[in-house]
Design a protein around this ligand. Structure first.
Ligand code: ATP
Ligand code: MG
Length: 230
């Protein structure tokens, strides 16, 4: 789905002080495109991604995904929208430690509107097929603590795609991995994304990775700047 931000501002308040992190962000991300966001630490990349994904609300401005205005929804409304349409991959994997790899992948599907109509066996089969796809068929019953960092991130990729989301956000998905493991994760992300035809937005410090995406947005001083055409 297409993503559109208009006049988005974000201020954080702490100790009576206001910190303006995003200032007047206007942006259209086309359906099925791959966009990377780069910028210095503390420039607001995670904040922007969270606002686009409906995890957080802007102080001012509107966010639309497809035909839905996220900023007009309640928190529950946004949670429902995310469960149905949005995938997310985090820098620190965020797997549930008490669940196996297979169970971690099943969770978002179980919680999605589509999953409500599927039999437990169908959910398990879809999760298993994705774990197979990311090369972890032999690790389905491992717990996160029994998996390497790269393996945990592969489980997180399987989990992000299991609901077949129309938009997917990844916040430094290779940030906690060595270079080689990181580039394998990116190749896998690209492969899964091509099949699923998702709209993908990713934050990265890795310029070689950013260079492989359709579009590069720089964020600095609360504003976005587009990389000149390459
Ligand atoms: N919940 C919060 N309350 C107050 N300030 C916050 C909050 N979250 C983030 N900030 C501040 O907003 C700014 C942007 O944070 P953000 O996490 O979006 O940066 P980032 O670009 O993702 O940085 P990094 O590359 O280090 O992950 C930072 O200065 C941070 O201190
Ligand atoms: Mg961040």
């Amino acid at each position: 789905m297409r993503i559109e931000l208009a006049g988005v501002e974000k201020e954080y308040r702490s100790g009576g002080q206001a910190l303006a992190v995003l200032q007047g962000v206007n942006l259209v991300i086309e359906e099925q495109s791959v966009t990377s966001i780069v910028g210095p630490s503390g420039s607001g990349k995670t904040t922007l991604l969270g606002i686009m994904a409906g995890l957080d609300r802007p102080t001012r401005g509107t966010v639309r995904i497809g035909d839905t205005e996220l900023t007009a929804l309640t928190e529950d409304g946004r949670a429902g929208f995310r469960a149905a349409h949005v995938g997310f991959v985090f820098q620190t994997f965020h797997l549930l430690p008490s669940l196996t790899a297979l169970e971690n992948v099943q969770v978002p599907l179980e919680l999605s509107p589509e999953g409500g109509k599927l039999a437990a066996r169908e959910i398990r089969e879809r999760a298993r097929a994705l774990l197979d796809r990311v090369g972890l068929a032999e690790r389905t019953h491992h717990y996160p603590a029994q998996l390497s960092g790269g393996e945990q991130q592969r489980v997180a990729l399987a989990r992000a795609f299991v609901t077949r989301p129309r938009v997917l956000f990844a916040d430094e998905p290779t940030g906690n991995l060595d270079r080689e493991t990181g580039s394998r994760i990116v190749a896998l992300l690209e492969e899964l994304n091509q099949d699923a035809r998702t709209t993908l937005v990713l934050v990265t410090h890795d310029l070689a990775l950013a260079d492989r995406t359709d579009r590069i947005l720089h964020i600095d001083g609360g504003r976005l700047r587009e990389e000149a055409l390459r």
